[in-house]
Design a protein around this ligand. Structure first.
Ligand code: MG
Ligand code: ZN
Length: 374
């Protein structure tokens, strides 16, 4: 079977030198003295799904615009997180994603660094150190705040070209998203796509759903670019998220025997909120929900996978008006920015019970790390 030992040796050296070596997952969780470690409370895999800007009203709008059905309803456990950041009650996506990725509240705009601007190891980097396969699948650019906070450490989310430099040395097994220009049309003239290839990556450009699973040989790490800049909106014809999510899970499952960690983002629910466009929100919400359905189908069969679904914050102060009817919604906004309301969290699979209740956004990191038994 395949293991992460197929990675170039220097990647392993790099990741182990940045942090004290840890006991391998195999040694810590499959000990004869700790039979409970084999219980389903410790999932082998975690799939963390973020609907950017997806508050209760966004979910409700998707539900009632879709004839009272969401795949999300299959999650047996739900809770709420407090999304505020280190310096504002209303967070941005960078501080929000850093809270999930690093377990630390930081300032708005921060990517994988604390209030002191020092790097904090991310759950994706920790997964790499434990020999797990890792992945990011998004409908924004891959250097955008939410995915960036899992892989990069920079002072500002606007440093897209700096964020991109973290990919070739990250050890990430699969990434799918837009923004290839940040990799090969750069001020410093580096060609990061070439550097990725030199590090063993197979890099492809894809449109829509055309991810050729037969080409996804798990001997290689993969990167799929879905646009030079931002990927299209659903309305413009973007359709890859559900298929890409499913293919990514299948690929990562084959890529390491130790398990995998991946983050999937429905990035543009937020953009519908910023645009004060209720239809945009609903289209992106339902696309994200289809991806949720694919992931839950796989996790249900697998039985060893924890799926956690949440948002970083709400966007728009989105409201559904009393004159609305099923499948005919009337909506309104109070802002074109984010709001600080409590954010729902949904969980499915082994370890899901931990996600009921009300807790800080940083506790989601703690609960995921606890689930892995690290
Ligand atoms: Mg985002
Ligand atoms: Zn936003």
């Amino acid at each position: 079977m395949l293991t992460k030992l197929f990675l170039p040796l220097f990647l392993l050296t790099l990741s182990f030198s940045s942090c004290p070596p840890r006991q391998s997952v195999a040694n810590s969780s499959v000990s004869e003295n700790e039979p409970e470690a084999l219980s389903p409370k410790h999932p082998k895999n975690i799939i963390f799904m973020v609907g950017d800007g997806m508050g209760i009203a966004q979910i409700t709008a998707g539900l009632y615009a879709n004839d009272n059905h969401l795949e999300l309803e299959r999650c047996p456990i739900s809770g709420f997180h407090k999304s505020y950041s280190n310096n504002y009650l209303t967070t941005d996506s960078a501080a929000g994603a850093t809270a999930f990725a690093c377990g630390k509240k930081t300032y708005n705009g921060a990517i994988g660094v604390g209030p002191d601007k020092q790097p904090i190891p991310t759950i994706l980097e920790q997964a790499e150190q434990h020999g797990l396969a890792t992945g990011l699948v998004v409908t924004s650019t891959i250097a955008h705040a939410t995915p960036a906070a899992f892989i990069a450490h920079v002072e500002s989310r606007k440093q897209y070209e700096d964020i991109a430099t973290f990919f070739p040395q990250s050890g990430i097994d699969l990434f799918i998203g837009g923004g290839s220009n940040h990799f090969n049309h750069r001020k410093d003239h580096r060609n990061l796509i070439q550097e990725l290839k030199e590090n063993g990556y197979v890099i492809k450009n894809i449109q829509n759903e055309s991810i050729d699973v037969a080409e996804m040989n798990p001997l290689h790490p993969f990167g799929f670019f879905t646009g030079k800049k931002d990927p299209k909106t659903y309305r413009q014809g973007r359709r890859y998220l559900p298929t890409a999510s499913q293919r990514a899970v299948e690929f990562l499952d084959k890529r390491s025997d130790e398990g995998f960690f991946m983050m999937i983002e429905g990035s543009q629910i937020d953009w519908g909120g910023h645009a004060n466009d209720g239809k945009y929100i609903i289209e992106e919400m339902l696309d994200f929900d289809k991806a949720i359905g694919k992931v839950l189908d796989w996790a249900e069969k697998d039985g060893e996978t924890l799926v956690v679904i949440t948002a970083d914050h709400e966007t728009g102060g989105f409201a559904i008006l009393p004159s609305s009817k099923m499948n005919k919604l009337k909506t309104k906004f109070v802002t074109d920015y984010h709001t600080p309301v409590l954010i729902p969290v949904f969980a499915f699979g082994p370890g899901a019970e931990q996600f009921s209740g009300i807790y800080e956004n940083t506790a989601i990191y703690d609960k995921m790390v606890n689930s892995f038994g690290w």
